[in-house]
Design a protein around this ligand. Structure first.
Ligand code: KIV
Length: 276
């Protein structure tokens, strides 16, 4: 059964940890949904993982919707969050609402996620007023990483920590139903978590968040370009995939694949006897 926003929110009050993983295509979405993952995030990380961009900045609404639709087809019963790409909510509330609603209307998402602190509160309010549930995202916000000095831990200093706490509170007040805390010190994440009613979803933010999110390709060891320090690799699939592909190449080249068991039989088998 697909969860609702209310059920995701109440998992915090019930002391149930929320599991979130990224999904970008139908088969992975089906697999993750069948494993009991609470929330599938169609993250704009797909720009780097699936589309080969160097950052998430170039990702477009059309690219996000294309993948979000596939995820919904693969996981009809999962709670799906669509990540609003850079530029799709920065030009004003009208554009943000139009683009946010596209995730729900066209891709069948349950909610959207957007990056940013107090400056985003007005956008969050507008989306919620327009019927689009919002998950916030603060700390390391990859879409604006260059303004933050790169892909660095945020909130190490006391002033910065206070700012992040104020941002989290402001976004909750604006109506967000949850918030991603990315790359913030574990103790700060705990303080933010205990001061909010909405659940915090950590990524590089320690064990005291209400839930955790990872990029699926990182935790399965499928993305080889780099692996952030906070990622635990639950599998190392890339070497296994390479071995399998190399074996396929050598078996096809050597004439060992396909074997007789991979072929089909039919009346046409007698064609060579009856021809001529
Ligand atoms: O795009 C993404 O995958 C994300 C998560 C890493 C939180 O925003």
């Amino acid at each position: 059964m697909r969860k609702t926003v209310t059920e995701i929110r109440s998992m915090k009050a019930d002391g149930k940890r929320i599991t979130v993983l990224t999904a970008y295509d139908a088969s992975m979405a089906r697999l993750l949904g069948n494993c009991g993952v609470d929330v599938l995030l169609v993250g704009d990380s797909l720009g780097m993982v699936m589309l080969g961009y160097d950052s998430t900045v170039p990702v477009t609404m059309d690219e996000m919707l294309h993948h979000a639709k596939a995820v919904r087809r693969g996981a009809p019963d999962s709670f799906i969050v669509g990540d609003m790409p850079f530029g799709s909510y920065h030009t004003g509330t009208r554009d943000a609402v139009i683009n946010g609603q596209r995730f729900l209307k066209e891709a069948g998402c349950d909610a959207v996620k957007l990056e940013g602190g107090l400056a985003m509160c007005e956008i969050v309010r507008a989306l919620i007023a327009a019927g689009v549930p919002v998950m916030a995202h603060i700390g390391l916000t990859p879409q604006t990483a260059s303004q933050l000095g790169g892909y660095k831990v945020q909130g190490k200093g006391i002033e910065e920590a206070r700012r992040l706490l104020a941002e989290a509170r402001g976004l909750e007040e604006a109506g967000a139903f949850g918030i991603v805390l990315e790359c913030v010190p574990s103790k700060l994440a705990r303080v933010i978590t205990t001061s909010l009613a909405m659940p915090t979803i950590g990524i590089g933010a320690g064990a005291d968040c209400d839930g955790q999110v990872l990029v699926t390709h990182d935790m399965l060891g499928m993305f080889e370009k780099f692996t952030p320090r906070f990622v635990k690799k639950y599998a190392d699939l890339a070497p296994m995939m390479k071995t399998a592909v190399q074996q396929y190449v050598s078996e096809v080249q050597g004439g060992f694949y396909p074997g007789p068991e991979h072929g089909f039989a039919g009346e046409s088998d007698y064609l060579e006897l009856v021809s001529d």
